[in-house]
Design a protein around this ligand. Sequence first.
Ligand SMILES: NC(=O)c1ccc[n+]([C@@H]2O[C@H](COP(=O)([O-])OP(=O)(O)OC[C@H]3O[C@@H](n4cnc5c(N)ncnc54)[C@H](O)[C@@H]3O)[C@@H](O)[C@H]2O)c1
Length: 255
Amino acid sequence: MGRLDGRVAIVTGGAKGIGRHYSFALAAQGARVMIADIVDGAGEAAEIAAQHGANSVASEICDVSDESAVKRLVSATIERFGQIDVLVNNAALYAPLPEQKFTEIDVDLWDRVMAVNLRGTFLMAKHVAPHMAGRRYGKIINIGSGTAVRGIPWLMHYVASKGGIMAMTRAMSRELGDDGIRVNTLMPGFTLSDSIVNENPGHVETARNRAVASRALKRDIHPQDLLGALIFLASADSDFVTGQTIAVDGGNVNT
Ligand SMILES: NC(=O)c1ccc[n+]([C@@H]2O[C@H](COP(=O)([O-])OP(=O)(O)OC[C@H]3O[C@@H](n4cnc5c(N)ncnc54)[C@H](O)[C@@H]3O)[C@@H](O)[C@H]2O)c1
């Protein structure tokens, strides 16, 4: 028996990087998973279907910054699975971002980071929450980042967007509590995802050793390290937890 049997989860950015691990982990606990990403998640969906059955998964291409695309995704999920219990707001502009002084950040790039990371998280919650409210139950897991607490340099657009997500989580939890919807932030430390390792070796070089040295537990973080907290926040085990930030970072930021 899985801890998420009978549940339906949407994972944005669920086709690659850490999100791919979230999609597989939720399915392994019995959830039916909608993989939503700007890249095609059909291959990941086929892998999950092979392990857990054809009705365990679907995938849609969706740009979370686009409200009409978000509405289509939510409708497609309801049509396919009939309900939505868990939303993992993981999509973000992160791995491809070059490190830059903020005085050199182009305004268009600033706006794009805000559109995907902050507006995307807002739009997904905006269109999923009414379905959850109708069933008086739901779990929204917003993906934050330790960078917003530590204020790391050279990624100020990203750091600001993640700070916004973490603040939004608190406000959202207050608005949605009466509907039985729990809203929390899962806040990873610097994690060796395939995306960051392959797409931004320069950032890995800057961040990796600095991050490990700042932890109580001095080792790298891998996507697998995040899955216990993800499943806790998605499952009934955390039904009286809302508005919180859960850091999974080896004891770097003390929340
Ligand atoms: N890797 C880390 O060190 C780390 C640390 C803390 C938080 N995070 C967060 O974890 C999440 C995953 O990070 P990752 O390391 O896998 O990097 P990533 O850049 O691969 O993750 C972003 C995911 O979002 C998708 N995406 C990008 N733009 C999108 C859009 N407009 N619409 C829908 N999907 C879109 C990407 O295709 C990808 O699947 C991100 O929210 C990131 O900010 C990562």
